[in-house]
Design a protein around this ligand. Structure first.
Ligand code: FES
Length: 101
């Protein structure tokens, strides 16, 4: 199923937006004009990754400062150990979409 998450205009370059859709809480990132989507909830605890500190393609959780690669969801820096789930994002007609089961 394809989900429309937001308008590309809603997420300025270098920022993130939290989007909730049914049971999903997602963080939509704009890294130099390319959009990436991951689960908003940090895998380490209650941190909201859309509220994290963004440096290039790395987001730092604002709870215990764990870092994730925005493009792959891989852990860049502990204390988080588990990668965060990412969703391939596409842009069409000025909107950001992901594909979910
Ligand atoms: S909750 Fe994100 S690093 Fe701990």
């Amino acid at each position: 199923m394809r989900l429309e998450l937001c308008s590309t205009d809603d997420v300025a370059e270098g920022t993130a937006l939290k989007v909730e859709h049914g049971d999903l809480a997602l963080a939509v990132f704009n890294v130099e004009g390319t959009f990436y989507v991951m689960n908003d909830l940090c895998t380490h605890g209650p941190g909201s990754l859309s509220e994290g500190y963004i440096d290039g393609d790395v987001v730092e959780c604002n709870f215990h400062n764990g870092q994730f690669d925005i493009k792959t969801g891989e852990v860049v820096s502990p204390p988080c150990m588990i990668p965060v789930k990412t969703y391939p994002a596409t842009v069409e007609g000025g909107a950001v979409f992901i594909e979910v089961d």
